[in-house]
Each structure stands twice: as C-alpha cells, then as structure tokens.
Design a protein around this ligand. Structure first.
Ligand code: EPZ
Length: 423
C-alpha cells in the first residue's frame, strides 16, 4: 500500500490549480441516468470515488468513455442501461452510490441498491432518502442488506419536508422529482453549491426548478420524459481549495489557488481571517497572505453556508499551531474526530468532550507514523506533517485518494517536501 512521507517545509510558494468538485461530480454522474442523449461532463477530478461511480454505471450497462488527461472528462450513454441493481461490492466502497437510487427508480420504476452502511465518521443512515421516495409513491422494502424499491404507478410530486438537511438526500429527491408526474416541493433542502449545480443543470435541461440555492425547492417533473443534457463542466472543489488555504496558513506561505471560487468559501475564508490571514480574491483565484502569528478560533460545523464539516479536521490541525485555546464543535457527524488521536501522537494538546474538541496551541509537533482514518482526516495529518519536526508518514492513504486529486504532486509543485512511497 502507498503512504505519504512528509518533512517540515519552509514556506511554500506558487500556484495550485483546483480540480472539479468530487461532491458535485457524483450526483451529476448519477443524473445522466435521466438523459435521452449522451452526456459529456468536463473538469472531472482524478479521484477514486468518481472512477467507482463510473464503474457502477458501466456495470448497469451504461457506456462511459472517459479521458483522464489534464482536463479529465467523461461521456456517458445511459440509453444502454439494462440493470437496475447496484451491488454491495461497489456500494460498500462508496456510500454515495445511493445517488443512483432516485434516478433509476424515476426512470425504470424499480431499483435495488445495497444499503451503504456506515463509515468511519458515522452511522450515516439514508432513512430520509427512503421516506421521501415513499411519499412520492415508491414502495420500499429492506431485505438482506438491500433497498428494494418499486414505483408501479411511477413517482408523483408531493410536498417533502426533510427532518434534517441532507446533501445527497436532497440530490436524490431532486433527481427523482425531475421525471415524476407533477410538482414536488422540498422544504429544508440542502443549499450546498454541489446541490445548486445539479439543480442548475436540470433546470437548463427542461426540468423547471424554482428556489435554487434556497431551502425550499419546487421541481416541476417531466412525467417520465427523459432529458436532453448539454455538455457542462463541474464546479471547482471548495473543500480541496479550503484544504490548500489551510496549507498556506499553517506553513505561513503565500499561495495562489487557480480555478477556485471564493463565493463557495465564505465561512472558511472568514474563519481564516479571524485566525490572522488576509486574501486577494479575483473571479477565479484566491491568494492567501498568512499571518506569522495564528490566532485561536471557535468553530461550529453546520450546513452550508455555515462552516463545513468537511473542513473541520483541517482547521483542527491548523488550530494546533494557533496561540491560545481553540474550540471546535462537530455538529453533523457523531464520530468525526478520529484525526485527534493521531495529532495527539504528534504532540498536539487536544482534549475531547463529546462532540467538542479543545485545542491548546501552540504545540510543537513531531513527525511519526500516523494512520489516515477517513478522507478529510488524511489531509489534516498531511497539514500537520508540513510543520512537524522530523518525518511524518501518513499510512492508509487510500482514504485520501478517494477525494483529493494528486495532492502530493500539487504540494510538491509549490515546494513541499512530500512524496508517495510504497509500504
Ligand atoms: C455529503 O454527505 C458529503 N458527501 C459529505 O462529504 C459531507 O460531509 C456531508 O454531505 C455533509 O456536508 C457527498 O456529497 C458525496 P448528509 P451526505 O446526508 O449527503 C444525517 C467528504 O468528505 N442523515 O448531508 O451523506 C447524517 O447522518 C464527504 O467529501 C440522516 O440522519 O451527508 C448526518 O448526520 C464526507 N438520514 C447529516 O444528516 C439521512 O437519510 C448530514 O448528512 C441522511 C442524512
């Protein structure tokens, strides 16, 4: 297995190009199940989760022709889809496979998807997805670890109120509603930029959607008519961008991110400013001007546009280098502090009390062998390695490869002493 070896790095300098957003590309790939034409998706990130979902679609009979060069893209033809069962072997490796449930059910009237199961950061149930589909007319049974869904009369529009804001739940129901008969409203919808892009592409493809980017979506279904979807590019990955901004802050480096959309990073930029950084922002770039002294901070993770849970681990690593005590509260997932024990082994002074981490900085970190436990925890350990004395080896980086496109190459290009080695 691969691992990353990182040594303390003098300030970084230069530019990093941000890739397409994994969490936008996943629902957009599932959305092609609603199309009557071949759909071309550009600016795909080179990450494992995208390749996994494309493999799933191929297993179902779709044609996927992908280019994995610098500008990665794929052309998906779902006219040849014959299967409607997403099997455990794929779903267990990527729980976002649940995103095919809504579109397949809407198009074919039946679908079987392996229950995704939990993951390291939490139980991650899909009850809200299923309850909403039942309201739309689906009959759903859970048997032998699979979701068996049928909609003999097709799906019909209705008023859905999500008990909790769910990103992939909103995406799934928007896609199901796109082909349904009648109008669906979703109250308490997710407003993440990734959900917004899905709605915008559907809206441009003949599905009238009102309230895009708000908490109340109204989707006018096509009553089964498939969609003509023009080629489009995936939006930039705001979490990748936020991660590299933290790299600039923690190493006191001036870095410029190209293809980054600052409008998607309001809460993250605001917290970095609170900690002392300043920014130069243009239409599609962000330059961080870090402070020598990092100020402590208080963070509570919430749904967009508030501070994202996917940036919690990276800020916790940064907070170990801040002067004073930082408080970081994780409100979305019940087990998203597994990076804490690894950071403590590097010398960080962190205490956990339920879902609140208290970080006493500034800690002197020492490199050692550490283990990645989930996608964003992995990047937090890399950030710590950039400022730790000695050598930090981050193991089990298959977690990292699920969601970061060429992370070590992008950091090497701005001067980081980081390399990918084989165990
Ligand atoms: C999406 O996961 C992202 N993944 C996650 O990013 C992200 O952390 C999360 O949204 C929150 O922003 C993708 O978009 C592929 P949720 P998702 O449904 O949709 C509870 C990463 O690092 N819930 O918004 O699975 C759930 O347990 C990944 O890129 C239910 O109770 O998250 C959680 O507490 C990690 N029942 C909360 O809602 C449901 O049916 C938010 O979950 C659905 C969710």
């Amino acid at each position: 297995m691969d691992y990353l070896q990182i040594k303390k790095t003098n300030p970084l300098h230069g530019e990093i190009k941000i890739s397409g957003a994994k969490n936008a590309a996943l629902p957009l790939i599932a959305m092609t199940i609603l199309a009557k034409n071949r759909v071309t998706i550009k600016n795909l990130p080179h990450v494992a989760d995208i390749k996994t979902l494309l493999k799933l679609l191929s297993n179902l009979g779709a044609g996927c022709v992908s280019e994995w060069g610098e500008e990665a893209s794929t052309t998906i033809d779902t006219r040849t889809l014959t299967q409607t069962k997403a099997t455990y072997d794929i779903v267990r490796t990527m729980r976002a496979s649940i995103l095919v449930l809504g579109p397949i059910l809407a198009r074919f009237g039946h679908c079987e998807v392996s229950l995704p199961g939990g993951c390291a950061i939490g139980q991650r149930p899909v009850d809200l997805h299923l309850k909403a589909l039942e309201q739309m007319g689906a009959v759903i049974n859970i048997e032998a670890g699979y979701i068996h869904a049928i909609a003999p009369e097709g799906l019909h529009g209705c008023n859905i109120i999500f008990d909790k804001i769910t990103v992939t739940g909103t995406a799934n129901i928007v896609m199901a509603a796109a082909l349904a008969k009648g109008v669906t409203t979703i109250t308490n919808a997710a407003r993440e930029p990734e959900v917004v892009q899905l709605c915008e592409i559907l809206n441009a493809s003949g599905v009238k959607i009102e309230g895009i980017a708000t908490a109340i979506l109204t989707i006018h279904g096509t009553n089964g008519a498939l969609l003509e979807i023009e080629p489009f590019s995936v939006i930039p990955d705001r979490i990748e961008a936020g991660t590299y901004l933290c790299a600039g802050a923690i190493t006191r480096s001036e870095l410029t991110l190209k293809n980054a959309n600052a409008k998607h990073l309001g809460a993250v930029l605001s917290k970095l400013e609170e900690m002392g950084s300043k920014f130069t922002i243009t239409e599609n770039s962000i330059t961080i001007h870090p402070s020598e002294v990092i100020k402590h901070v208080k963070i509570v993770t919430q749904e967009y546009p508030a501070f994202p849970t996917d940036m919690q681990a990276q800020f916790l690593a940064l907070a170990t280098q801040a002067d004073g005590t930082s408080i970081i509260e994780e409100r979305l997932f019940e087990n998203r502090f597994m990076h804490v024990s690894e950071l403590q082994r590097m010398g960080a002074d962190i205490s956990l009390n339920g879902n609140i981490a208290t970080v006493n900085g500034k800690s002197k970190l020492s490199g050692t062998d550490v283990m990645a436990t989930d996608l964003r925890a992995s990047s937090a350990l890399v950030l710590a390695g950039l400022v730790a004395d000695g050598v930090t080896s981050v193991h089990r980086i298959y977690h990292l490869d699920r969601g970061y496109d060429s992370l070590e190459k992008k950091l090497q290009a701005v001067g980081a002493d980081i390399q990918r080695l084989r165990e």
